[in-house]
Every structure is written in structure tokens, then in C-alpha cells.
Design a protein around this ligand. Structure first.
Ligand code: AP5
Length: 215
């Protein structure tokens, strides 16, 4: 299955995508993870993206679309994929449709994670991310077994620079201004599945599985 996960920062897209992609053998394509890896590696892409990311702004469409089009050609995408954090603008959504059409591929569903904004601030300011494998934890909702250490790879946990409260609020503003219109775009095209993203990780996962199973 080929899926797009859409929703505001902190809605749980990455948390659910990691689980469902591993379970089904699909590629989990997180544009945020790709950009953070590029910054860490000191690549040209990382140098171009870093300033935008630190302020919670979107990086330019042309750059992002090219990165995703290349990523979708990789062999691990043949069994299916989840695009997590892309598209984020109408230009990106149109370019994605063009890229898929030219490769005779299609996106099966856009899964929209619906959630109240104030819950998002608490989720993001409490997030802990693994420096090694990128896994996400939360100080209260999903604490690691041992403080500061990743359960999966033993890597060090850190707080993302864009998870400071002021930057979180700017990311939510950017989402409303640039990304929220995609809900209507996919709804009108009959491609939207809506999942209520409040509740525990397990509860949201169960709702998501039911939606995908029933679709
Ligand atoms: P990105 O990394 O994509 O950040 P984001 O969209 O802001 O998404 P998040 O990772 O913050 O949220 P999420 O929904 O995945 O939540 P998560 O599962 O982690 O992008 C970062 C930056 O890169 C952007 O600001 C931009 O600059 C750039 N960028 C990326 N893509 C781009 C694009 N397409 N175009 C232009 N620029 C782009 O969960 C959050 C926290 O909540 C975690 O701590 C988790 O443990 C916890 N949690 C999850 N689910 C639950 C639950 N059910 N209950 C309680 N806690 C939960």
C-alpha cells in the first residue's frame, strides 16, 4: 500500500508510520528525518535546509520535491511506502501526483491525523528523539525504560532544536497557513481517511489499523 500521512506537527504521524511500515515491510519516508540526517552529514542539502528547520519554516518546494522523487525510485519502495511529512503545500501535492503518474504508481490513501492544537504543544515540547536511530519517545506518554537512552538501539536521546515552545508555535502557524488546505484537496479527490489522533499510541494505532483494514 502507498500512503501519505498528513497532520499537524506532533499529531503522531512519525510514531504510527514507524510501526506500520515495519510491520508491513513498507518504506517509511520521513522528509523531516531525511533533512535532519542531511544536516548531521553536513551535505549540500543539509546546508540549504538547516536555517529553515531551526525557525520552523518550510524548505523550498523545488528542493523538497526533487528529494522525494529520487527517494521513491529506491528499491525498498517497491513493496509500498508511507510518506510522512510530505506533501506540505499544494505545489508539493501536485508535483507528487505528477511524479507518481509518470511512474505508473498511485497513492492509495491520504491519512489525516486530526487532533486539538493544545495537545500538540505538550507532545512536542516533551518529545525525546534518538540520535542513533531517530526513534521518538515522550517524557510522560512514552518514556524510555532508562532515562536518556533509546530502548531500541541504546543511542542518546535529545530534544530537537525545533521543539522549543516558540518554534513549535511557529510550526503550527506554518501548518495552518500552508498545509491545512491539503485536507480539502484530498477529501475532494476521495482519497482522505480521517483518524482521530487523541488518546494513547496504542489507541490511535488501533483506529488507524481499522481504517486501513476497512478501506
Ligand atoms: P518533521 O520532522 O516532519 O516535523 P513535523 O511535521 O513538524 O512532525 P513531527 O515529527 O513534529 O510530528 P509527528 O506528527 O511525526 O509526531 P511524532 O510521531 O513525532 O519536519 C521538521 C522540519 O523539516 C519542518 O519544520 C520543515 O522545516 C522541514 N520539512 C520537513 N518536511 C518538509 C516538507 N515536505 N516541505 C518543506 N519543509 C519540510 O510525535 C510527537 C511526540 O508525541 C513524540 O514525543 C511522541 O512520542 C508523542 N506521541 C505520539 N503519539 C502520541 C500519542 N498517541 N499520545 C501521546 N503522545 C504521543
Amino acid at each position: 500500500m502507498n500512503l501519505v500521512f498528513l497532520g499537524p506537527p506532533g499529531a503522531g504521524k512519525g510514531t504510527q508510520a514507524k510501526v506500520i511500515a515495519e510491520k508491513n515491510g513498507w518504506a517509511h519516508i520521513s522528509t523531516g528525518d531525511m533533512l535532519r540526517a542531511a544536516v548531521k552529514a553536513g551535505s549540500e542539502l543539509g546546508a540549504q535546509a538547516q536555517g529553515f528547520m531551526e525557525k520552523g519554516e518550510l524548505i523550498p518546494d523545488s528542493l523538497m520535491c526533487a528529494v522525494v522523487a529520487d527517494r521513491l525510485k529506491e528499491t525498498d519502495c517497491q513493496q509500498g511506502w508511507i510518506l510522512d511529512g510530505f506533501p506540505r503545500t499544494r505545489v508539493q501535492a501536485d508535483r507528487l501526483d505528477e511524479t507518481l503518474a509518470s511512474a505508473s504508481l498511485k497513492m492509495d490513501h491520504c491519512v489525516y491525523f486530526h487532533i486539538d492544537q493544545e495537545i500538540l504543544v505538550a507532545r512536542l515540547t516533551g518529545r525525546l528523539t534518538c540520535k542513533g536511530c531517530g526513534a521518538n519517545f515522550h517524557v510522560a506518554a512514552l518514556p524510555p525504560k532508562e532515562g536518556g537512552v533509546c530502548d531500541h538501539c541504546g543511542g542518546e536521546l535529545y530534544t530537537r532544536v525545533d521543539d522549543e515552545e516558540a518554534t513549535v508555535r511557529n510550526r503550527l502557524k506554518v501548518y495552518e497557513e500552508s498545509t491545512a488546505e491539503l485536507i480539502g484537496f484530498y477529501q475532494d479527490g476521495g482519497r482522505l481517511l480521517r483518524v482521530e489522533a487523541e488518546g494513547s499510541v496504542e489507541e490511535v494505532g488501533a483506529r488507524l489499523a481499522a481504517q486501513l483494514g476497512d478501506s
